[in-house]
Design a protein around this ligand. Structure first.
Ligand SMILES: Cc1ncc(COP(=O)(O)O)c(C=O)c1O
Length: 428
């Protein structure tokens, strides 16, 4: 790793990049990045480490919001992508595509229950769009029950399922017939279901809501209710899937089998974007009368499918589910130990596997802790629907000694917040 620039040129490159971000992309995000200390330029990444143009290294605690499960630039995925690139990166869309069917076959082998068929697209939101359309098509009903705080993406259908007003209000009217109930409450779901209900859509653990883990019997109960009421269960594993929570899919913790499941993020191996929705045969049948009813020009492209197949093989071959479970416990317990001495700063630490949320006692504290963590060489981000929760979703290939460095860095960052606490909040 390294750059060919001297110190002066590097500084100029950073300033120019920030300026272009302001001038041509997103002025307010540019301001926010500068404010939080993220006004540097990423250069390259390997494993669990990102390097910027100054040569500074960061342990990637954010993990691209659960994209980099197998680490940055895993050699097996890079090799598979390079080979495919030299042969045929995008599909003609007129012939059969071997990389796509090979990936679908592998997914059918590892997916829970009877999920057998896959449709590939390019992002999480698109996968959710497809899942909702499939549910409506298969049931000939329209209502979708979602949950408050849920995050399913920002395209119109996915946004309608998303449960936070701030992202929805400016774009109304959204897609009709969506109802939101409390996450973790099976009775609320049962009450919301009526004769017009097509499906219930749930994240097994709400990610953007602040790493919210439901009561242990929640998903089992929802499964029972959906089966009894003949309503489809869509499980969104876009953030939780591919080993993140210590199992290949988070529903496996509860022994629940979805009718439809969405995937994206970690499925790409962190190299080429991909999204997918899967379905059981009884549901998939609804697509048969018109084989072109759901299509995507770039969806299922050979490059992305070769990457995803290699990425799944890495998760299996390197035992990354087991590693996430073991290292997740270690990180969770270490952060909980930290909470003991700083209860006025950290109000909760929760998670499953390497999907961990550290909840701050007050909203303003993140503005100190996140930039301090960055100075410690740790990337850190809030969850999108809950600015009091800092998430830890590092690559599952992170080592124990890197986790020790993370905890030491968080401890110093929390110490800084502690020393500024009374100045900020007028109490000690
Ligand atoms: C659970 C879940 N569903 C859907 C999405 C949307 O994915 P994308 O940003 O790829 O559209 C996300 C993204 O954070 C997510 O966490």
């Amino acid at each position: 790793m390294g750059t060919d620039f001297n110190a002066e040129e590097t500084k100029r490159l950073v300033q120019e990049t920030l300026q272009k971000m302001r001038d041509y992309c997103n002025p307010s995000l540019a301001r926010l990045l500068k404010f939080t200390g993220y006004d540097t330029v990423e250069l390259e990444a390997q494993g669990a480490v990102i390097k910027d143009v100054y040569g500074r290294e960061y342990i990637d605690c954010a993990g691209g919001y659960a994209v980099f499960n197998i680490g940055h630039r895993h050699p097996k995925v890079i090799r598979a992508v390079k080979e495919q690139l030299d042969r045929m990166p995008l599909s003609s869309k007129v012939f059969l595509s071997k990389p796509m069917v090979d990936l679908a076959e592998l997914l059918a082998k590892i997916a829970p229950g009877n999920l057998k068929y896959s449709f590939f697209c390019n992002s999480g939101a698109e996968a959710v769009e497809g899942a909702i359309k499939l549910a409506r098509l298969a049931t000939k009903k329209t209502r979708i029950i979602s949950t408050i705080g849920a995050f399913h993406g920002k395209t119109f259908g996915a946004l309608s399922a998303t449960g936070r007003e701030i992202y929805k209000a400016p774009f109304r009217p959204l897609v009709g017939d969506f109802t939101h109930v409390t996450f973790g409450d099976p009775e609320a779901i049962e009450e919301a279901i009526d004769e017009g209900t097509a499906a219930v859509i749930l994240e097994p653990i709400q990610g953007e809501a602040g790493i919210v883990i439901p009561p242990p019997d929640f998903l089992v109960e929802v499964r029972r209710i959906c089966t009894e009421k003949k309503v489809l269960l869509i499980i969104d594993e876009i953030q939780t899937g591919l080993g993140r929570t210590g199992r290949m899919f988070a529903v496996e913790h509860y022994g629940v089998e979805p009718d439809i499941m969405t995937l994206a993020k970690g499925l790409s191996g962190g190299v080429v974007p991909i999204g997918a929705f899967m379905g059981i045969p009884e549901v998939w049948e609804a697509l048969s009368p018109n084989p072109l009813i759901i299509t995507s020009t770039f969806g299922g492209n050979p490059l992305a499918c070769a990457a995803a197949k290699a990425a799944i093989e890495v998760v299996l071959e390197e035992g990354l589910c087991e590693k996430a479970a073991y290292l997740g416990d270690y990180l969770l317990n270490s952060l909980r130990d930290l909470q003991v001495g700083h209860a006025n700063i950290i109000s909760d630490v929760r998670g499953k596997g390497l999907m961990i949320g550290l909840e701050l006692a007050r909203e303003g504290l993140g503005g100190i802790i996140i930039p301090e963590m960055l100075k410690e060489g740790l990337t850190a981000v809030y969850t999108l629907n809950n600015p009091r929760v800092i998430r830890f979703e590092p690559p599952l290939v992170i080592t124990k000694s890197q986790i020790d460095k993370v905890v030491e860095g968080v401890e110093r960052a929390v110490g800084k917040a502690q020393s500024k606490y009374s100045a900020l909040f007028g109490e000690s």
